[in-house]
Design a protein around this ligand. Structure first.
Ligand code: CUA
Length: 331
């Protein structure tokens, strides 16, 4: 069932291709990749064509088997040509690549850029906006830029366990998240939309389902999202079942791994659940975030994501229902 759910969770989105860039660094990299491919194609056609021509033109004539062709030894001009031309091609590729690497890596951070820290974890993404006071998981929200107002997002990449790699093909190239090291990258989408990404460095059992989505929004939508994420609902929900679920949540080990801002739950091992229901998927993209999957997930996360580090809670159906009712209030 998990693959169905995964595909359903992604169905709304388009294919992630590096040749459909919507972000400044991705566009520079796509242009470079196209140039390299075209140059390689020309080399392939010229070299392949010359070989094919020689094979046909100089094959042994019918009726004269065994006659030795004229033997030719060296030609300074030809050798100079086939040394110089590839050398020129390599130098052109090297300069073009160096220029794009420099433009992407050395891009200065504008003063009003959005700053985000992404921490790779087995197998999900912790996402923090230190200046905005927002903490979320697996779904990165960023504003779009236009030619009049640029507001790129600069990412600081870290890992809590093993090496991971942050890759959203339409936004930028891959950058690794490495334990005890800090890497940097940036994205600058120009079109609102949801862009899919994934972990691109093998990091254990569920590397495949360490999915990522980036929601690029207009500056107004992004501000509203930030406002909403900063709110904390400290009070218990009015609904008695959800209120009972809150007691289950705060009274069991849930709260030692997860945070719900405004409560005693301050765990940092699992994703922050303060605004759980504002996210489209659960389990880093394994399933749409709806009651049915949420219940499945809490009952036994292993069913949806085998090998996941969250344990099955083994709680009675009654408490499970209360707990899920509470989770559904975390908007
Ligand atoms: Cu994280 Cu692969």
């Amino acid at each position: 069932m998990s693959m169905d759910a995964t595909m359903a969770a992604q169905a709304a989105d388009t294919i992630s291709s590096i040749f459909a860039p919507v972000s400044t660094p991705a566009a520079k990299e796509a242009d470079l990749a196209r140039m390299v491919l075209w140059l390689s194609a020309v080399v392939f056609v010229v070299v392949g064509g010359l070989i094919a021509y020689s094979v046909v033109r100089y094959r042994a004539p019918a009726g004269e088997p065994g006659s030795e062709p004229p033997q030719v030894y060296g030609s300074a001009q030809v050798e100079a040509a086939w040394t110089a031309v590839p050398l020129i091609i390599i130098v052109v590729l090297m300069l073009a690549t160096g220029r794009v690497i420099h433009e992407v890596q050395a891009a200065p951070q504008p003063p009003d850029a959005v700053e985000v820290t992404v921490v790779g974890r087995q197998w999900w993404w912790e996402i923090r906006y230190p200046k905005l006071g927002v903490i979320t998981a697996n779904e990165l929200h960023v504003p779009v830029s236009d030619s009049l107002s640029r507001r790129p997002t600069f990412l600081t990449l870290e890992s809590a366990d093993v090496a991971h790699s942050f890759w959203v093909p339409r936004l930028a190239g891959k950058t690794d998240l490495i334990p005890n090291r800090t890497n940097h990258m940036w994205v600058e989408p120009h079109e609102p939309g949801t862009y899919l990404g994934a972990c691109a460095e093998y990091c254990g059992t569920q590397h495949t389902l360490m999915l990522l989505r980036v929601v690029a929004e207009t500056p107004e939508q992004f501000s509203r999202w930030v406002e909403q994420q900063r709110q904390t609902a400290a009070a218990a929900p009015a609904d008695p079942i959800a209120a009972a679920g809150r007691r289950v949540f705060l009274g069991t080990v849930c709260s030692s791994c997860h945070t719900v801002a405004g409560t005693v739950a301050k765990g940092r091992v699992g994703p922050d659940l303060t605004h759980l229901m504002s996210r489209a998927t659960i389990g880093a993209g394994v399933a749409p975030n709806i009651r049915e999957h949420l219940r499945d997930w809490v009952r036994n996360p292993d069913n949806l994501k085998r090998g996941v580090l969250m344990p099955a809670m083994q709680i009675d159906d009654k408490y499970l229902d209360q707990l899920v009712e509470y989770l559904l209030t975390l908007r």
